[in-house]
Design a protein around this ligand. Structure first.
Ligand code: GAL
Length: 434
């Protein structure tokens, strides 16, 4: 399955395509020699879920950075479509269980990296790269800690996404007489949403084809309702889901769902973001990979942002990183890949396109957009809380339950059922980890 979805992304691949189309009947000449050299340098299979119009060019920037240093390697882009890795992670799990790892895969630091991949024995430590590349000196210690298990580092972060963005189309707001300030409360959202709804415009772009936007909308709403301390306590199992705070959040979630587009079950996250970019919907609660879509669609001037209602002062961490697998087919290429990912150059090339801020703190701030500057400030000053939807905050089992409960809730809006599903999942989690 992965194979058919793989595509060749190297300059070699482009050359190969050329040979097949145009030069096939001619003597291979220098091209033949270069292809042989490419084979000598081997291949590098990179597994991710970066396929959207904003994600793909950002991934290509990483490939370009790698190829600039290692031009003779053939990169195999094994990306599997589906936001937040909803499909990719299942495909990867099958491959790992069958001892067929790629050379490197995308994962979030925190619980996802550790529980899903490191503890089961799928990852090699890369502690020596952290030392030789000096990464410990240029990355925030808290971030490194989330890539660390029993004193060894297991992945290199490439970018830090802020999960609690609330994006809007400036022209659409102006046309409807809506003023958006520096922050937004739920009440302000509801007032704006009523205005848009009266004009026949869906106020909140939702996309449930890749399911994660439902749980993300809830985690952002939860954070906005209970604040960062209680949010952390809920995901760490210290607070209970049947308390007043989560209930109020679930009720607010119902309110927000009153304003979503009717076709939400048919849309992928980037299609929903596109409706805001194109002025067909008002707001989109989405991590700042949405900004990658804005960049790709050349819409930077017309898209505004605030924190998801009530979450100003908090930064929901969604940190993308890459691993070194046990049994990587080309371990040397994989280590070279990770070395490039941790470099200043690669992080400066990738993050402006992806919407995330670099994991390195020594980058040139001036090359980043106004949005990135805003996010850099938020990262420096705000409460940092991990995302459950994107695997950082909880066990993989709880994350799955969180997804399942949210998918059901988006349709049935049953607050009691929702909270009791989360309560049960937390109890099961506590039992398993006891
Ligand atoms: C997140 C990932 C982001 C972005 C998003 C949508 O899980 O960290 O990089 O790709 O999913 O696919």
């Amino acid at each position: 399955m992965t194979k058919s979805l793989s595509s060749r992304a190297s300059r070699r691949g482009v050359l190969k395509g050329g040979a097949a189309l145009g030069a096939g009947a001619m003597s291979l000449g220098p091209l033949g020699t270069r292809l042989a050299a490419a084979q000598d340098a081997g291949s590098l299979e990179v597994f991710s879920w970066w396929t959207s119009p904003g994600e793909a060019p950002a991934l290509q920037a990483l490939f370009d950075a790698y190829l600039a240093a290692h031009p003779d390697t053939e990169i195999i882009n094994a990306a599997v479509a589906g936001g937040a890795g909803v499909n990719a992670q299942a495909v990867l799990q099958t491959r790992l269980q069958g001892n067929q790892p790629p050379d490197s895969w995308q994962t979030h630091v925190g619980r996802e990296l550790i529980d899903q991949y490191v503890v089961p024995g799928y990852c090699e430590p890369i502690t020596d790269l952290y030392t030789s590349e000096g990464w410990l000196d240029v990355m925030p210690a808290d971030l490194v800690a989330q890539a660390t298990w029993e004193s060894e580092q297991y992945s290199i972060p490439v970018g830090v996404h802020r999960g609690n963005g609330f994006w809007y189309n400036k022209q659409l707001m102006a046309d409807n007489g809506i003023e958006v300030g520096d922050t937004m409360t739920v009440e302000e959202f509801v007032a704006a949403a009523d205005t848009l709804q009266a004009a026949g415009i869906p106020a909140l772009a939702l996309a449930m084809k890749d399911t994660f936007p439902g749980s993300q909308l809830f985690e952002n709403t939860l954070l906005g309702t209970v604040g960062p301390d209680m949010y952390n306590s809920l995901f760490s199992g210290e607070a209970a889901w049947d308390e007043a705070g989560p209930r109020e959040a679930a009720e607010t979630f119902v309110t927000m769902l009153d304003y979503v587009n009717e076709d939400f079950s048919a849309l992928s996250w980037d299609q929903a973001t596109a409706t805001v970019i194109e002025g067909r919907a008002g707001f989109n609660s989405m991590g700042d990979w949405a900004y990658g879509e804005v960049v790709a669609k050349d819409a930077v001037d017309n898209i505004g942002w605030v924190s998801h209602p009530g979450t100003a002062g908090s930064f929901v961490l969604v940190v993308d990183s890459f691993t070194l697998p046990v049994g990587a087919p080309s371990p040397e290429n994989a280590r070279n890949w990770l070395t490039i990912l941790g470099s200043k150059e690669a992080q400066e090339a990738f993050n402006p396109l992806k919407g995330s801020i670099p994991a390195r703190t020594d980058v040139d701030r001036e090359i980043f957009s106004a949005y990135h500057q805003w996010s850099l400030d938020s990262f420096a000053n705000d409460a940092l809380v991990p995302s459950c939807t994107h695997g950082q905050a909880s066990s993989p089992a709880f994350k799955q339950a969180f997804y399942d409960a949210s998918v059901a809730f988006v349709t049935d809006k049953d607050v009691d059922a929702y909270l009791s599903m989360l309560t049960d999942a937390a109890a099961m989690d506590a039992e398993t980890s006891a």
